[in-house]
Design a binder for this molecule. Sequence first.
Ligand SMILES: [Fe+2]
Length: 265
Amino acid sequence: MPLFLEGREALDAARRDQFAESGFLVLPGLLPEPLRSRLVPEVDRWVDEGLRARSIAACADPVAHDPPPVLELELPAHGELLTHRPLLRALAELMGPSFVFHHLHSDRQSPGIAGKPWHHDYEPNDRADPSLLMVHALHYLGGLDETVGSLAVLPGSHRDSADKTALVHLGTAELPGEVVIDRLPAGSTVLLNSALFHTRRPAPTGSGHPRYFVDASYCQVGARWRPVKPFWRQMLARARALDLDRGRWPELFADRHFTEYTATG
Ligand SMILES: [Fe+2]
């Protein structure tokens, strides 16, 4: 199948170049409907049973609060999402074959939720090596349209060395050169270089449907990364126990790629 392989390799190279240049890659409809439709009720459970609130409390004050009794990645469809083969293949195109799962957030955002100011989400590593990639996969389970607001990104801004909050004073304002992603089919994913500045804008109508949003991040191996959840070891141990990588991605849930958690992390 030489023609197929050449075509796929060319596509891979084009996507890799585009991602390196712009800092983002849109993958419409990456998630198949059977997976997407199982994820939605899991997000509902995560929110409605207070698991999300307990997870946030445990991150904010790990002395006073235990981790939730169920972690996001223990919800079966969330576990599948983390290691969805087309997703991991896309990540491998961008980062090479060795990367580690960093963290997962799942949320059902209310209609009319306020925007989130310009920021980036890149976490430091112990080699202070900015060439090591961290990538966020933003999964929009219901897609994006005028009823759930939009994502705006600032292409190329991942190459600037800037604090996460360097642009927060701009709020969600329109910036020169920005790209607005406001229309995606259900089950779409946007891959962001985590150092790319981005903002969440509210729906123009101020009301509409809840936004089902799951984001998962992954880091290139080669340094130890700072964890953001105090119960990160438990999280990785559960992923290994559940064999989420099905033996195919030996670095994906390995503790050795992380520094110890600190309260500022
Ligand atoms: Fe973000």
